[in-house]
Design a protein around this ligand. Structure first.
Ligand code: GLU
Length: 396
């Protein structure tokens, strides 16, 4: 289950349904940067970590996408994630191309000092390939606003001047945007309203930035979040979990386990909404037929394989639409950094709502026109916009 092969299969399917032949330009990244970072541990030991930045497509604007720290990061994963960013940014129509970065490392085993050294070492290696008009990174799995602040600081040392728009997802104090911390979940929440407006039961796989905030937002809106998992375990309560208290428990103990009755698998529960907010390749041909949910909301990138898509008979609100709220508020942050403006949280959430609702409508309309599933429709919208830009630039 190579995520890049899966991504290319999704692309091909959409191209076939919409009869688009000129998609060759989308089958390979424009530039791939592979680096080896010498990195000294607290005990004085030298480690050589592998890192990547894939700049997939920039026809619509600077490359844009997060940086992931995870022990399973590899080039094919980062390529897939960068491609999905190009599609996602086109679906929500922000003026960015697609890119992604990653370091093969287990950040949970690092001290704060080691994490800082690693973040600085990574950005130093790619500093000459990024910039506010070139490539704009952001957080992703196991990276956060503090890491963005270190990276910004290191970048500004390399170039010798302030450049807050080089990276988004920063803390407010160094040019971040209000609302960015929960924007991926907030965007998913708005999109869900277009496709599933009933209040019901919810299971959430993943309790990181996206998963914890969507659980909170759905809980606040009157849904019953009955199960939540993270990388170490899962908890369950048929009456509904008290999400603010669960978030507090996770903050204190680093895991959801211990908060309520433990269970094995959240994916196959009988719920209305299943939220996938962990990693790629979670719903596969092996478990797709066991899914009992009425609708799937993909806040993770690539959580459902193409084989699973063919088995599932319920609407799947695809990643490149459902989780695009994060990069949409990243765009607002970039706009604020470049103009020197500071928006209120209310304005950010208001504009996010409008953009997500209109992207969701566009995908819905496209699915109706082509009589296809929502993922294929989202790819038709995204691919169409990227190819239109390529055509205007004379590349097709
Ligand atoms: N990592 C997030 C994503 O996968 C956000 C990217 C960004 O803000 O650039 O969409």
């Amino acid at each position: 289950m190579n995520p890049f092969d899966n991504a290319m299969e999704q692309l091909k399917r959409a191209a076939k349904v919409a009869d688009i032949k000129e998609y060759e330009v989308l089958r390979t990244p424009k530039r791939t940067i592979s680096i080896t970072m010498p990195f000294e541990t607290d005990r004085g030991e030298m480690k050589y970590l592998k890192g990547y930045r894939v700049q997939y497509n920039d026809a619509r604007g600077p490359f844009k996408g997060g940086i992931r720290f995870h022990p399973k990061v590899d080039l094919d994963e980062v390529k897939a994630l960068a491609f999905w960013m190009a599609m996602k940014n086109a679906v929500v129509d922000v003026p960015f191309g697609g890119g992604k970065g990653g370091v093969e490392v287990d950040p949970k085993g690092l001290s704060q000092r080691e994490l800082e050294n690693l973040s600085r070492a990574y950005i130093k290696e790619i500093a000459h390939f990024i910039g506010p008009d070139v490539d704009v990174p952001a957080p992703d799995v196991y990276t956060n606003p503090q890491i963005m602040a270190w990276m910004l600081d290191e970048y500004e040392k390399v170039v010798g001047h302030k450049a807050p728009a080089v990276i988004t997802g920063k803390p407010l104090e160094v040019g971040g945007s209000p609302g960015r911390s929960y924007s991926t979940a907030q965007g998913g929440f708005f999109v869900l309203e277009t496709f599933y407006s009933k209040k019901g039961t919810v299971a959430v796989q993943g309790f990181g930035n996206a998963g914890s905030h969507i659980a909170r937002l759905l809980h606040e809106a009157g849904h019953r979040v009955i199960a939540v998992s993270d990388s170490r375990g899962a908890v369950y309560d048929q009456k509904g979990l008290d999400i603010p208290r669960l978030m507090e428990h996770k903050r204190k103990t680093g895991k959801v386990s211990g908060f309520a009755t433990g269970i094995g698998d959240v994916l196959t529960l009988d719920v209305d909404v299943l939220v996938l907010a962990a990693l790629e390749n979670q719903v596969t041909k092996d478990n797709a037929h066991k899914i009992k949910a009425r609708v799937i909301l993909e806040l993770a990138n690539g959580p459902t394989t193409p084989e699973a898509d063919r088995i599932l008979k319920i609407p799947v609100i695809p990643d490149i639409l459902a989780n695009a709220g994060g990069v949409t508020v990243s765009y607002f942050e970039w706009v604020q950094n470049r103009s020197g403006e500071q928006w209120s949280e209310e304005r950010v959430i208001d504009e996010l709502k409008q953009r997500m609702a209109s992207a969701a409508e566009e995908v819905k309309k496209t699915a109706e026109n082509y009589k296809c599933d929502l993922r294929t429709a989202a790819f038709i919208v995204g691919m169409g916009r990227v190819l239109a830009a390529e055509r205007l630039r004379g590349n097709l």
